[in-house]
Design a protein around this ligand. Structure first.
Ligand SMILES: [Ca+2]
Length: 182
C-alpha cells in the first residue's frame, strides 16, 4: 500500500475554522469573551487585540485537532449515528461524562496556568456564546463545542496576559536604561 501523504496543515486549519462557523460560532463571539476576561487587567485593551489573539490560537494544531474531533462527535450525535450508550450520553450532555472537557482542556495545557484557570472559570460561568451553546433548546447538540470555545477563549486570554507582561517588562527595562544614561 502506498504511504499516504500527511494532511497539509492549511487543510486542517481551514476545516477547523469552517466547522466553528458552520456550528454558529464566529471569531467575534470568542473575541468578546476574551475582552471581558482581560479588560480588567488592561484598560488599553482593544477588541482587535482579542480578535487577533483568537486568530493566533486557531493556528495551533492542538486546538484544530480538538475542534475536528469534538465537533464531529456533536454532529454524529445530532444525526443519531453514535453507538449506544455513547449516543445517549453525548445527546443529553451527561454531567459525569467529562470527555468533552478533557479534550478541550488538553489543548489549554500548552498555554500555561492562566489558560487553565480561565478555562475553569469559563466552563463554570459560561458567558456569551458559551451560554448560548449550552442552553440551545432546538435539536442541535453542542456537548463538545461549548468546551472547545472555552478552550479557545482561555488560550487567547492567556496569550494576551503574557504579552502584556512582556510589554510592561520591556518598558521597565527601557526606563531603567534611560535613567542610567541621564
Ligand atoms: Ca460540554
Amino acid at each position: 500500500m502506498k504511504k499516504r501523504e500527511p494532511v497539509h496543515c492549511r487543510v486542517v486549519e481551514k476545516a477547523a475554522r469552517d466547522l466553528l462557523k458552520e456550528r454558529g460560532v464566529e471569531l467575534e463571539d470568542i473575541a468578546k469573551i476574551v475582552y471581558d476576561m482581560q479588560v480588567q487587567y488592561n484598560d488599553g485593551l482593544r477588541m482587535e487585540d482579542c480578535y487577533d489573539s483568537v486568530n493566533k490560537v486557531l493556528e495551533k494544531r492542538e486546538i484544530q485537532h480538538a475542534i475536528l474531533v469534538g465537533v464531529e462527535l456533536d454532529k454524529l450525535a445530532e444525526k443519531k449515528l453514535l453507538s449506544e450508550p455513547l449516543q445517549s450520553i453525548v445527546e443529553t450532555d451527561e454531567g459525569l461524562f467529562g470527555i468533552d472537557e478533557t479534550i478541550a482542556l488538553g489543548s489549554v495545557l500548552g498555554y500555561g496556568s492562566i489558560a487553565v484557570t480561565t478555562f475553569g472559570y469559563l466552563d463554570k460561568e459560561k458567558i456569551g456564546i458559551i451560554k448560548e451553546l449550552d442552553t440551545k433548546r432546538d435539536s442541535s447538540i453542542h456537548t463538545f463545542l461549548d468546551d472547545l470555545v472555552c478552550s479557545i477563549a482561555a488560550n487567547a486570554s492567556s496569550r494576551l496576559a503574557h504579552r502584556l507582561r512582556d510589554q510592561e517588562e520591556r518598558l521597565r527595562e527601557e526606563e531603567r536604561e534611560t535613567e542610567h544614561i541621564s
